[in-house]
Design a protein around this ligand. Structure first.
Ligand code: M6R
Length: 364
């Protein structure tokens, strides 16, 4: 049931503070601000490597997790879209962990990747939203995302619940490997506990984004830029816009701008810049400057400190509260989703059932 919402996607976006809180409560000891995972059949301390395979939005969740595992657990991560992973016959190390991420748990390529990793004697961990799914049954261990049923073809709440689960897993890995202290764990868990409240603040940007969407709906191409964990989020933003509004969009690492895509920039080109005030903020700002110098129309998504530290003219600046850089992907996902949603509504497309797409891709 859609309740008071016009589309399942709208309902599911607005459910995020609640379902993410629910998922976090499953993996965190909120009172003591520690991570509390179920027993896993492998030891993070001695793991050689992590290999991640997933498709679409779940792949972008995995890409964000790669940054987290490397940064907070000093664990090397390989990641591939499942349709490549399953056929490229990558050598996988002894005592390696394979993680597959899937909302449905039935995606054909992701399932085949899990089976390949099994043949290569990896530990098999699945992050899935449907606990009775094939992927959940075949993995050695399952970390469920507690998003509840997701009906809209465009994945929203499943994505942020995947991020919540993977964030908890990365912190647990960091502790087990002696990379982060008990104090650092507390700070990271505290940041995660803040996410639902911050997500509500992000949802408050709805009316502002609805207004912006009217202009976006008139364009043919949109570029999304970000660095660090905002880079996968840029690709997720572009995917969301493509899927439901049919507007062509691309997500790029901001540092790649001058290696090609800058040639696209003119007065008609909207560029969505995802730039929380983190360690790479200044770098992203200089890329934004390059876009501005060529007349590009900038939609900046940043925080209060970031907004204060940029003197550049933008077409719009969406301002979120300041937060620990660890959790920005979970919160910045919301304006990204809202932008795609409202644009699609203006275009009049079938938001929940976009053309040519299926909710679950069970064939290659
Ligand atoms: O069920 P899965 O998470 O395995 O599905 C993976 C992709 O098909 C899915 O994320 C797809 O990209 C969505 N339509 C994105 O919104």
């Amino acid at each position: 049931e859609k309740g008071n919402f016009r589309h399942f996607m709208a309902k599911e976006m607005h459910e995020q503070p609640e379902v993410v809180a629910h998922t976090l409560a499953h993996y965190l000891d909120m009172a003591n601000e520690t991570v509390q995972l179920p027993d896993l059949p492998f030891d993070f301390a001695s793991l050689e490597r992590v290999s991640i395979a997933a498709c679409g939005t779940a792949y972008y969740a995995g890409l964000i997790a790669k940054y987290w595992f490397e940064r907070y657990a000093r664990l090397s991560v390989e990641i591939d879209v499942a349709s490549e992973f399953r056929y490229r016959e990558a050598p996988l190390p002894a005592n390696g962990l394979a993680i597959v991420i899937s909302q449905s748990g039935e995606t054909a390529d992701t399932l085949a990747s899990l089976r390949y990793a099994g043949q290569e004697k990896q530990h098999l961990l699945a992050v899935v939203n449907v606990p009775t799914s094939t992927i959940a049954r075949e993995a050695h261990a399952v970390l469920p995302t507690l998003a509840g049923p997701e009906i809209g073809v465009a994945s929203t709440k499943a994505f942020t619940c995947q991020l919540a689960t993977l964030a908890a897993l990365a912190v647990a890995a960091g502790r087990a490997r002696g990379v982060i202290s008990a104090e650092e764990e507390r700070r990271l868990v505290h940041a995660l506990v803040e996410v639902p409240r911050l997500m509500n603040r992000a949802l408050d940007l709805g009316p502002e984004i609805e207004h912006l969407a009217r202009a976006l709906a008139k364009t043919k191409d949109v570029l999304y830029l970000g660095r660090g964990t905002s880079f996968p989020l840029a690709m997720e933003g572009a995917l969301k816009l493509k899927e439901i509004s049919y507007i062509h969009a691309e997500g790029y690492a901001a540092g790649e701008l001058k290696h090609g895509p800058i040639a696209l920039i003119d007065e008609n080109m909207p560029v969505v810049v995802i730039a929380p005030h983190d360690a790479v903020f200044e770098k992203t700002m200089s890329n934004m400057q390059e876009v501005a110098a060529r007349g590009g129309r900038i939609i900046l998504i940043t925080d209060e400190t970031g907004a204060k530290h940029t003197a550049l003219e933008t077409e719009a600046t969406l301002v979120l509260p300041d937060m620990n850089p660890f959790i920005t992907p979970l919160v910045y996902a919301i304006p990204i989703q809202l932008l795609a949603y409202h644009t699609a509504v203006v275009m009049g497309t079938d938001v929940d059932q976009p053309r040519n797409l299926a909710k679950s891709v069970t064939v290659e």
